[in-house]
Design a protein around this ligand. Structure first.
Ligand code: MN
Length: 165
């Protein structure tokens, strides 16, 4: 199973759509700060839509309705339990301990977040902490990026960061 994980598109649905077209993923996870309607992205995932999870970022819901965007999500795939959150509520700008403890409390072994616009791949006591970076507004010298998780049914998986072409 191929997961496309993106974050912080900030109105640039075209960037997310380009990644969907390039990767043909089985599932899309957007970690927030869309600042745009999600319908276009669901459509790009194919009709009938492949599974999509949209998390609400700190910038969502001000100028556009944030209908169907989740504050956070816990879900299981291929033997792994995920915690997905934009990250501002876990204060990720000042470190990942809030994210780590929330993921641990929910028995998750993979924590996904956005918000800081910089790619992250760390492991804290068995919890993989991943941030795809921003697909439209990279910071800290990073490039416009996203994350691909290729997951086998037996639980093996690889994480690859990709730059938006
Ligand atoms: Mn943002």
């Amino acid at each position: 199973m191929k997961l496309l994980i993106v974050s912080d598109s900030h109105g640039d649905n075209a960037a997310v759509t380009a990644a969907i077209k390039a990767e043909a993923p089985d599932m899309l996870i957007h970690l927030g700060d869309l600042e745009e309607d999600k319908d276009e992205l669901e459509e790009a995932m194919g009709v009938p839509y492949k599974p999509c999870i949209f998390i609400k970022g700190n910038c969502d819901g001000y100028f556009r309705p944030a209908d169907g965007l989740l504050e956070s999500s816990v879900f299981e795939l291929c033997g792994h339990r995920f915690f997905a959150s934009h990250g501002h509520r876990q204060s990720v700008s000042s470190g990942f301990s809030g994210l780590f403890y929330t993921a641990a409390e929910n028995d998750c072994d993979i924590a996904l977040f956005g918000h800081i616009h910089v790619p992250v791949d760390e492991e804290w006591e068995g919890i993989r902490i991943l941030n795809p970076g921003s697909i439209s507004r990279p910071r800290g010298g990073s490039k416009k990026s996203y994350l691909i998780l290729e997951m086998d049914e037996d639980g093996e998986y690889t994480a690859s960061f990709k730059e938006l072409k």
